[in-house]
Design a protein around this ligand. Structure first.
Ligand code: PLP
Length: 369
């Protein structure tokens, strides 16, 4: 066994570790010890097999209750998914089941590409919504776009390229009986802990469904996402019953590891609301620290004023600078549409790392003629 594990470790060491701090564009972070241990304890349990493991479902119910409590409405329904992609697909599938005669979905140009996948799979037609000058979904275009054909409106809380939070409260007033889905895969575990932020609150906003990914700002191992619905009627429409099982099941995948459910449960219980709030605040303070350091770097500017722990930096020479930063060992990604690199100020990104990064950024900028 040692040989096998040794070979794996050799391979693993060729890639960077979050603990090194130089991974700046990832929306994930190092899973907590408690979540890894929780995963190990439940790793042999398949939630699908309720007749063998009747108790693991309780953990999942606790997870949904916990999210209900931070999202403003008791008794949301939902389940732990493999991530944001599955959650977005399930949301639109539920929408289609609710309104089988409608096919059109309004999706901002900044939405995650899982929405394209969902539309393709479910044979829905995307009407693209342009962005306003702050890179948010344009409210007037949504208003104009809604018609009798509209199945759903989708907004994002924390877009993948820039970290933008779409105008959820404003659009809420426009949706009427149109299905309203919010993809809060990233910011779902950020916004509830911030003051004066856009609210993703089922009590205040008429959201039908919401995607939230613990494997991003919830520091659980991948894959662990979550889909939440306003009430149980949505999941009921997604149920299929195998002849050899007692109950119909609403999940997209069949077998599901209770390990990941236990991992999410463990972090929610271990950190609690206050633990998550203080980590989000720390990330936001580090975000502001990064912005203050950037003031001393000529020729680079944030694309938008960050609302969450996400800074997108642009410059005319960004493609070349990006190449130079990669050569210096920084793990970054370049958004070709806005010519920007994203710095996601995750819990593993310390102030020391940010200082080193901005030092390298300045040198790289200065080296471009
Ligand atoms: C806004 C948003 N939605 C959906 C997803 C897809 O999540 P996953 O990769 O967990 O399927 C991501 C991933 O980064 C995301 O940022």
């Amino acid at each position: 066994m040692n040989d096998v594990l040794g070979r794996l470790m050799e391979l693993r060491k060729k890639d960077p570790f979050f603990a090194d701090g130089r991974i700046l564009s990832s929306v994930c972070t190092e899973p907590s010890d408690v979540s890894l241990e929780a995963y190990r304890i439940f790793s042999d349990v398949n939630v699908l097999d309720r007749y063998v493991f009747p108790n693991s479902g309780e953990l999942e119910m606790d997870v949904i209750k916990w999210f209900s409590s931070i999202l403003g409405k008791k008794n949301l329904s939902g389940y732990v998914t493999s991530g944001g992609t599955e959650a977005n697909i399930q949301a639109l599938w539920a929408a289609k089941k609710k309104y089988p005669g409608r096919r059109e979905i309004l999706v901002p140009e900044s939405a995650h590409y899982s929405l394209d996948k969902a539309a393709d799979l479910l044979e829905l037609e995307i009407k693209w919504i342009p962005l306003d000058e702050k890179f948010k979904a344009d409210v007037a275009s949504i208003q104009e776009g809604i018609s009798d054909e509209t199945l759903a409106v989708v907004l994002t809380a924390g877009t993948s390229a820039l970290g933008v939070v779409d105008p959820i409260t404003e659009v809420n007033g426009l949706c009427g009986d149109v299905f309203f889905h919010v993809d809060a895969a990233f910011a779902g575990m950020v916004l509830p802990f911030l003051e004066n932020s856009e609210r993703i609150d089922f009590g205040l906003v008429n959201i039908d469904s919401l995607t939230i990914d613990p494997h991003k700002m919830g520091y659980t191992p991948i894959p662990s996402g979550c889909i939440l619905f306003r009430d149980e009627s949505y999941m009921k429409r997604l149920r299929f019953k195998p002849s050899y099982l007692e109950e119909p099941l609403p999940t997209l995948t069949g077998s599901r590891s209770a390990g990941f459910i236990a991992a999410v449960w463990a972090n929610l219980m271990f950190y609690g609301v206050e633990g998550f709030r203080s980590k989000v605040w720390e990330c936001m303070e580090n975000t502001r620290f990064l912005l203050s350091l950037l003031e001393g770097v000529e020729g680079v500017e944030p694309v938008i004023e960050p609302e969450i722990n996400f800074v997108a930096l642009t410059s005319d020479s960004m493609p070349q600078v990006y190449g130079l930063l990669l050569e210096r060992g920084w793990a970054l990604s370049l958004d070709r549409e806005t010519n920007s690199i994203r710095i996601v100020v995750m819990p593993h990104v310390s102030r020391e790392v940010l200082e080193d990064f901005v030092g390298d950024l300045r040198e790289c900028m200065n080296s471009i003629p």
